[in-house]
Ligand binder design. Structure first.
Ligand SMILES: *Cc1c(COP(=O)(O)O)cnc(C)c1O
Length: 421
């Protein structure tokens, strides 16, 4: 692997984003040596600036009490609005199409209330076969809530038996057969298991041709790939901010509702006072006058201490530039493919799409005998990855704080592990 270590160092020295690593706390081992943190797809690292963003709000609360709503350095009443421009930039939306609120599964339910409107002819939901469990529970419970049978109403998009990844033609096959019965297509933008970044525009276009509503769970997409939600005309999307968006454990969720739906009228939606017209909000009137934007879906006043870390993180994203990050990410996975090709073992299978546009940050390593000892070996050698049942080690080199040299070192460790265990 001599040439790959030199190549890695060369790529790191030419990397215009390399200084961003210093803005994060990198977990260390007992000898105070930085670990290889490849788990940004599960919990992103803490920016060093986050504490001061939270402290600002604590100080303003101490100093001003209730007056902080209007007089805090960043007034709390419109605090959530300070997140929308950057968040919209990250997912390719107009600011009025985006709002940060609640947590992810809560938002999935709120959006299904509006966007899953089954009738006896069209009541099915198409999801991925390997869907994140929370999403499966949410859609199944919504199907039952509407009085349909979850076994009949749920359809699964899956790769052909000989393939690891979903192909656009797999989408065609299922739509040709069931398109007229599908009320909603709800897919992860990037699959949490395989790491595949789906062709979202294709799925939107074909889904809409068949009269289906199309929404995406971007938990593994936001801050990772460029979903361009407005241009592809997705109907809705939601994501969390604790994975690639580095806003802390359990951090809030972002929501996208396409502008074509902003004049929602009295169609089904669960409503609260934060969704009502701002100029009348404090007149305490019993009639709901919707804000004509994604904010119409808001329920509660914003949790400031939970939003401060998102501001801290988005400020870093805006400095780095989402397009630059995506470019580096593609370069990183390109390099990872090259390194992985040198790993010689029939104990694992590496899942990573060949085409750059089908890749996110994540690489999935399928362990063929489902044995966790390789994962434990990585842990013992200061690699932070994660294990997903039944058989996959996921690693995510993140362009904001990981390096090409770490990718090289990782492949050296895994190679050694495979010959040791
Ligand atoms: C991480 C993740 C979740 C987690 O949901 P929470 O409501 O934030 O606990 C849900 N769906 C997907 C696809 C995820 O990757």
């Amino acid at each position: 692997m001599e040439n790959t270590i030199e190549l890695a160092r060369g790529l790191d020295s030419k990397d215009h984003l390399s200084s961003f690593r210093d803005l994060f706390f990198i977990p260390k081992n007992e000898a105070n040596k930085e670990k290889i943190y490849f788990c940004g797809n599960s919990l992103g690292l803490q920016p060093k600036a986050t504490a001061s963003y939270i402290q600002q709000e604590l100080d303003d609360w101490a100093r001003l009490g209730v007056d902080g709503h209007l007089e805090a350095k960043h007034p709390w009443l419109p605090y959530h609005e300070t997140l929308t421009d950057a968040m919209a930039n990250i997912v390719g939306a107009k600011p009025e199409e985006v709002v940060v609120m609640n947590s992810l599964t809560v938002n999935l339910h709120l959006l299904l209330v509006s966007f899953y409107r089954p009738n006896p002819k069209r009541y099915k939901i198409l999801i991925e076969e390997s869907t994140f469990p929370s999403d499966i529970y949410a859609v199944k419970s919504q199907i039952r809530f509407h009085g349909y049978n979850q076994d009949d109403a749920l359809l699964f998009l899956k790769p052909r038996p000989e393939n690891d990844f979903i192909d656009n033609s797999d989408v065609d096959v299922i739509l040709e057969k069931h398109g007229d019965e599908i009320a909603l297509i709800m897919l992860g933008g990037v699959n949490y298991y395989s790491g595949q970044f789906y062709d979202l525009k294709y799925i939107c276009d074909r889904g809409h041709q068949y009269g289906c509503t199309v929404g995406f769970d971007l938990a593994h997409g936001a801050g990772n790939i460029l979903p361009e939600l407005h241009d592809i005309e997705a109907d809705f999307a939601m994501w969390c901010t604790y994975k690639y968006l580095n806003s802390g454990p359990g951090a809030l969720s972002g929501v996208f509702v396409h502008e074509k739906h902003h004049n929602w009228g009295d169609r089904p939606r669960f409503e609260g006072w934060w969704g009502t017209n701002k100029s009348n909000r404090f007149k305490m009137k019993p009639v709901f006058e919707s804000i004509q934007s994604a904010e119409g879906w808001q329920l509660s006043n914003p949790p400031i201490l939970a939003m401060a870390p998102i501001r801290a993180s988005l400020d870093i994203f805006m400095k780095a530039g989402m397009k630059n990050l995506r470019q580096k990410s593609i370069q990183m996975t390109e390099f990872a493919i090259r390194c992985c090709k040198e790993i010689n073992s029939d104990k694992i299978k590496i899942l990573i799409p060949e085409e750059p546009e089908s890749r996110g940050c994540q690489i999935s390593i399928v362990v063929k005998n489902k044995d966790k000892s390789l994962f434990h070996y990585l842990e013992q050698h200061d690699v932070v990855a994660d294990w997903r049942e039944p058989d996959v080690i996921r690693i995510a080199p993140v362009p904001l704080y990981n390096t090409f040299t770490e990718i090289h070192n990782f492949t050296r460790i895994i190679q050694k592990g495979l010959s040791t265990i």
